[in-house]
Design a protein. Structure first.
Length: 306
């Protein structure tokens, strides 16, 4: 046990991510402070009610709300011995530096650019279905979104069908029963996503599907961006070098598996990746040679949950 530990959580998984933190801390003999995102703190408060009803003693887990001042309090308070953070690069770098300077253990899970490598021998139906879900689920607002597709050899012939399937996804409010993807978290997020799409177009990428300007009946003021696909992206483009965090799938073509591995390993992010193939030797080569933390074989979002 360390004593008092803190968790700083993002908006996009407001129940799941706190559950990575305070239950394990309690089991290991620690008390916790949770600072949820100010954009959707309600889920954390429901978790606190459930923890209380389950018999967790008062004071074992506590919640503070706010933005910068709350983060600074966690980073600076000498009674807090460790910090776990999930969120953006900018916030994570700040928390890591400030918390570490104050002698705390700090772990920060930040941005990503996850690649999916599609081999020509992959199961086409399964692969296309999984690409759609992994790229556009949660409107792309998750660090494990499969945001970059690398088509190897003849698999590039599947791209037109992928576009047609993406066109059929239903964009509406997340609580609607027929929703495939909902809105972005804020007007600022919508603006940033649209700017990164335009940056890709300006740099020469092929805009295969444009989700900008979508109007959702009944939710005309919502922060919606529809499924968007940019093809022939290269590693120098801003839409590739930055995490978009929206419903945008960028893609490129390579001739063979070695080229695909080179693309993945050249990217500074190493959160997760996936390969789609029916060949065991290909899968083994990819998992052994990719310098990425989490690798899925025909599993688009390879997250081992606690």
């Amino acid at each position: 046990p360390l004593g008092v530990v803190a968790g700083i959580t993002p908006f996009n998984s407001p129940a799941m991510i706190p559950l990575w933190m305070f239950p394990m801390a309690a089991v290991c003999g620690n008390t916790s402070i949770v600072k949820p995102s100010e954009r959707d703190p309600g889920a954390t408060m429901i978790l606190m009610e459930l923890a209380r009803d389950a018999g967790l003693p008062p004071g074992v887990v506590n919640v503070i709300h706010g933005r910068h001042n709350s983060v600074n309090f966690i980073c600076d308070n000498p009674d807090i011995k460790a910090i776990s953070f999930v969120g953006s690069d900018q916030a994570g770098e700040y928390i890591y530096e400030r918390g570490s300077k104050n002698g705390k253990r700090v772990q920060c899970n930040m941005g990503a650019k996850n690649h999916g490598v599609i081999m020509p021998d992959a199961n086409k139906e399964s692969t296309l279905t999984q690409l759609l879900g992994a790229a556009f689920g949660a409107a792309g607002q998750r660090c494990m979104a499969l945001s970059t597709a690398v088509f190897v050899g003849e698999s590039k012939k599947w791209i037109p069908e992928l576009v047609e399937r993406a066109k059929k996804l239903k964009v509406t409010a997340g609580h609607e029963s027929d929703s495939d993807l909902g809105p972005l978290i804020s007007p600022e997020s919508k603006k940033r996503v649209e700017e990164l799409i335009q940056a890709g177009v300006d740099a020469g990428a092929d805009l295969l599907l444009d989700g900008r300007g979508i109007k959702v009946p009944g939710y005309e003021k919502g922060n919606f961006v529809g499924p968007t696909m940019l093809h022939q992206v290269n590693p120098t483009m801003k839409c590739y070098t930055e995490e978009i965090f929206g419903p945008v799938l960028i893609s490129m073509e390579v001739d063979n598996l070695d080229e695909a591995i080179k693309v993945v390993n050249s990217n500074p992010y190493g959160n997760g990746t996936a390969i789609f193939t029916t060949n065991g030797a290909t899968a083994r080569k990819y998992t052994m040679e990719c310098d990425v933390g989490q690798v899925g074989v025909n599993v688009p979002i390879p997250v081992p949950l606690p």
